[in-house]
Design a protein around this ligand. Structure first.
Ligand SMILES: *Cc1c(COP(=O)(O)O)cnc(C)c1O
Length: 372
């Protein structure tokens, strides 16, 4: 059994994907070819955003808005501790300080109450200037943006949605990648919408910011490539990846609906025994990762071993909260500072999930988990 069966997806979309790749090779327009703009247009239409700037990966997509906002030394940027390292790493790369926020125990996303507390603490201490928030849509579920957007407005903070896992989710019909001042997503192969290498995109509704992002994407270019007006990156999406993403985007809603049905089947069988994903009223998840809560690290290890024996792969996203990672030791956090994040890292277990998973596979996973 595959954790994410990319080969099954390729079998379904082979004709379109092969034709797309061939057309890029024949057109020989490998960087910034026409498929890149076509993809950006379609991503705008899909998410409801005005501007899309495709990028070389999700990490650059997160970093570029921070560069555009002039984030730097002395700035505090709030970010959950329970996420992938890149969400915070980009803050540090800009010279700013990540201030870690605890998670909601039901959604696993950043807790608006904890965000409030951390903002107040930073203001009280007076050492750092609160500048922005990176809010992560974990496992496919959008953050409580109505609450987080209100806090950001009140505190005059910019809001960057890390939708690397969020693409396809929504709140009352409003799609992920459309919240806050900027959204960033990743097309890493394992994500719900993935390419065949690295890729990503930034979204915004602000025309000036979109232009700035386009400049940062190509070495801080001015009116043309060899006029350099600021520091930038080489952060373009390859044309070939855009050509691969187009047919995958066209199939996305169907695959997403399949994942949602699969999630419902998992929940039906597992919810009495494990905490299964919680969807607040009006929220929908793209279930890029299907993550349950076990009783604790010991039970989780035993379950993983049992499933592995039966050929069922599982993953732990993520085994260590960021405030306790070695890289952030200089910030002086200790165990107990963000208790929900710490507990989640001991208890989460992600199960096989993708747009082509079969009922038989789901049942096999559940049978193995429920064996006592
Ligand atoms: C995958 C991921 C990223 C980074 O994306 P890359 O394309 O691998 O650079 C950032 N944030 C989160 C939450 C992710 O899951």
């Amino acid at each position: 059994m595959q954790f994410n069966d990319l080969a099954a997806q390729y079998r379904h979309l082979k004709k379109e994907i092969d034709a797309g790749i061939a057309s890029v090779i024949e057109g020989a327009h490998f960087i910034s070819g026409p498929q890149v703009e076509e993809l950006e247009r379609e991503l705008c239409a899909y998410t409801g955003r005005k501007y899309c700037v495709s990028t070389s990966n999700g990490t650059d997509a997160l970093r570029m808005p921070l560069m555009a906002m002039g984030v730097g030394e002395g700035d505090a940027v709030f970010v959950p501790a329970f996420t992938f390292y890149a969400s915070a790493e980009v803050i540090s790369l800009c010279g700013a300080t990540p201030v870690f926020v605890d998670s909601d125990p039901r959604t696993f996303n950043l807790s608006p109450d904890s965000l409030r507390e951390q903002i107040d603490r930073v203001k009280r201490e007076g050492k750092l200037k609160p500048k922005g928030v990176v809010a992560v849509d974990l496992f496919g579920l959008p953050v409580d943006f109505p609450k987080v957007e209100a806090i950001c407005r009140e505190e005059n903070l910019f809001l960057l949605e890390d939708a690397a896992q969020g693409f396809g989710g929504s709140i009352n019909g409003r799609k992920a990648c459309s919240f806050g001042d900027f959204s960033a997503t990743s097309f890493f192969p394992a994500k719900a919408l993935g390419c065949y290498g690295d890729g990503g995109a930034v979204f915004t509704d602000d025309e000036e910011m979109a232009k700035l992002l386009q400049s940062i994407r190509v070495h801080g270019k001015g009116s043309f490539k060899y006029e350099n007006v600021r520091l930038g990156l080489n952060a373009r999406l390859d044309t070939i990846q855009a050509a691969i993403l187009l047919p995958k985007l066209h199939a996305f809603d169907e695959e997403n609906a399949h994942r949602c049905r699969a999630a419902a089947r998992y929940a039906e069988r597992l919810s009495g025994r494990f905490q299964t994903p919680y969807l607040p009223e009006g929220f929908s998840s793209s279930f890029g990762y299907y993550t349950i809560l076990t009783a604790g690290a010991e039970e989780r290890a035993a379950l993983q071993a049992r499933l592995k024996e039966k050929g069922i792969p599982t993953m732990v996203y993520y085994p260590c909260p960021l405030h306790l990672q070695k890289v952030y030791a200089p910030l002086g956090y200790k165990r107990g500072d963000l208790p929900v994040s710490e507990e989640l890292t001991d208890r989460v277990l992600s199960l096989p999930m993708h747009g082509y998973i079969t009922d038989e596979e789901i049942d096999a996973v559940c049978d193995a988990l429920l064996e006592s």
